[in-house]
Write a protein that binds this ligand. Sequence first.
Ligand SMILES: Nc1ncnc2c1ncn2[C@@H]1O[C@H](COP(=O)(O)OP(=O)(O)OP(=O)(O)O)[C@@H](O)[C@H]1O
Ligand SMILES: C[C@@](O)(CCO)CC(=O)[O-]
Ligand SMILES: [Mg+2]
Length: 388
Amino acid sequence: MEVRARAPGKIILSGEHAVVHGSMAVAASISLYTSVSLAFHSHSDNDDTLKLQLKDMALEFSWPVGRIKEAVAGFNTAISSSSPTSCPAECLKSIGALVEEQNIPEAKIGLASGVSAFLWLYSCIQGFKPATVVVTSELPLGSGLGSSAAFCVALSAALLALSDSVVVDMVHQGWSSFGEKELDLLNKWAFQGEKIIHGKPSGIDNTVSTYGNTIKFKSGSLTLMKSNLPLRMLITNTKEGRNTKALVASVSERTIRHHDALNFIFNAVDSISKELSGIIESPVSGELSISEKEENIAELMEMNQGLLQSMGVSHASIETVQRTTLKYKLASKLTGAGGGGCVLTLLPTSLSGTIVDMVISELESCGFQCLIAGIGGGGVEISFDASP
Ligand SMILES: Nc1ncnc2c1ncn2[C@@H]1O[C@H](COP(=O)(O)OP(=O)(O)OP(=O)(O)O)[C@@H](O)[C@H]1O
Ligand SMILES: C[C@@](O)(CCO)CC(=O)[O-]
Ligand SMILES: [Mg+2]
């Protein structure tokens, strides 16, 4: 029996970073997925290792399960798969040593935190059973589209689907979703994985990857939104590498240095997110036409980008995208942690295909990569394959 889970990436329409400090943020899932498959080894395989294959990177890691037990058992034997628990600092150290042994190539060393999250989630939810876990992703890693959260959500889903804590319909053919209780449990486990990768996540990325749709998120709690305005966004990947953990920490350090100023900024972002969500949810037959709503959203995105710049998380490449799109009177803002990564540009409904093509070709001539993805689709799903 093999289980496969897939979880979507996300865009943040407003409120990244400020959400870590208690402001509201608005996010939506995108139709790009990370998939995780899990198959236990049978006795006849005579293989007592846990294998992790990262297919897109052509990397495979492998540990005898006894070694994982030695490193982790002292910390997690009292943990049940139904009680999501943080990885203690001491345990993270011993997991770190197991990851280091795998000699991840220096250019891909950012993967180490993802592999550590894998070992924690696997050993807490499945214990020390020999298995092969295969990961593939359509999301660029470390680019603001929530690759870390999609990885943790898909992994938690696959692990829980074959655990005692979750009852799922294994006979169903094709993709199926989880019940409310199961979604809540896997979202909490994914958050524990995100903590290993991000340091201090707000929880918005794993939540939108779990539940899909367009969501409002504030102080750890989620509201699913009824979107009455289908938004079209161009996503531009500047390909400038960055790391969410370091950027979140840098905003926290700036907040310590300039407490009052940053708190005003966070409050302004909170107001932007409230206004933005109000526009998205407002009835189609309301006072404003679609183009007026889009103009308001463009202005809110522009203001949010200015505030993100004040938090110190913009980047020259992001500002190049902003300047380029402004030539076509289009508003852009960074999405996710910033410092490079991806930028969103609102494409109003009335914008012609010819202009969209011109913007894309100008952005691509700067060396950036553009994509248009579906926004606000479903969240995590699983499927079973009973064949040997
Ligand atoms: N498919 C994957 N396989 C293994 N590790 C992954 C995978 N996807 C993400 N990760 C882990 O997550 C890290 C990237 O996470 P990071 O939070 O920095 O960026 P992001 O999630 O893509 O962007 P953001 O958090 O801004 O939305 C990678 O370096 C790796 O450790
Ligand atoms: C930068 C941040 O706000 C969003 C990253 O996608 C971090 C978080 O909320 O965990
Ligand atoms: Mg992330």
